[in-house]
Design a protein around this ligand. Structure first.
Ligand SMILES: Cc1cc2nc3c(=O)[nH]c(=O)nc-3n(C[C@H](O)[C@H](O)[C@H](O)COP(=O)(O)O)c2cc1C
Length: 233
């Protein structure tokens, strides 16, 4: 198996870290991996904030549901969708920038997610453990803490540190649920297969994506935050 495939096959999110710091060369490699990510039209609409300051990291940990592993990780990288740079660059070239559309938001979100994934793999390739963090649950509060300007929206974090645990691989949907050949096929069967990941997964799904679940809870404040950051009219 290739080194990269082997790395992917072994991935587990790490939530317990040793106190050892991430050295600067390694951090640069992890950031360089994000910088090299492929992006729609090469727009690269993101900014990464490196959070090492204990107090700042602690405040973010508290905001995001009091997640102790955020506090304990030596580094938190915050990946923000950043349309400020591109819009301003258009203005600086004497042209009129676009109005923000759903299309540009989604393209930017894709780009930001891909960059995070590349950093995660880079970190794991260097022997670090990593864990994504849903910063979008309190985007505007995190934006305030990180002093992010208008048109910049923090979406996701990545914890990086030396692993102090070795959890089992977490389950994934079967390939038949993920894969569609030349069409979508039977929707019902696909949903059944998807939910068959585990009984635990099936049970938790409603808490996440059911009525009144996690995404309902954050929907209003996220929309408000998009407006405040100038990303929605
Ligand atoms: C964008 C993103 C946000 C996530 N947010 C959190 C989070 O806030 N807290 C957390 O403990 N794990 C978080 N995770 C980790 C997922 O829960 C984890 O990837 C998933 O359960 C699968 O487990 P695995 O990565 O070990 O395979 C996040 C992952 C991603 C990619």
């Amino acid at each position: 198996m290739s080194f990269c495939l082997d790395l992917i096959a072994k991935h587990r999110s790490i939530r317990k870290f040793k106190s050892e710091l991430v050295n600067d060369d390694d951090l640069n490699s992890i950031l360089e991996a994000a910088r090299r990510h492929p992006s729609p039209r090469n727009l690269q609409p993101l900014t990464i904030t490196v959070v090492k300051d204990e107090e700042l990291k602690g405040r973010i940990a508290t905001l995001l549901g009091d997640q102790q592993h955020i506090r304990e990780a030596p580094i938190l990288l915050v990946f923000s969708l950043d349309l400020m740079k591109a819009l301003r660059a258009v203005e600086l070239s004497g042209k009129e920038p676009t109005r923000i559309s759903h299309a540009i938001l989604l393209a930017g979100t894709l780009s930001t997610g891909i960059a995070l994934a590349w950093s995660l793999l880079a970190a794991e390739s260097l022997g670090y453990g990593a864990c994504g963090i849903a910063v979008y649950r309190r985007s505007c509060e995190v934006a305030d803490l990180l002093k992010l300007p208008k048109y910049v929206l923090p979406l996701a974090g990545l914890l990086v540190g030396r692993p102090d645990e070795s959890p089992e691989l977490r389950p994934r949907q079967p390939l038949q649920a993920l894969l569609a050949n030349d069409g979508y096929g039977d929707a019902e069967g696909r949903a059944e297969l998807y939910a068959s990941i585990s009984s635990d997964f099936r049970e938790k799904l409603a808490d996440i994506i059911g009525k009144g679940g996690f995404y309902d809870e954050i929907a209003w404040s996220f929309t408000q935050c998009l407006r405040r950051q100038g990303l929605l009219e």
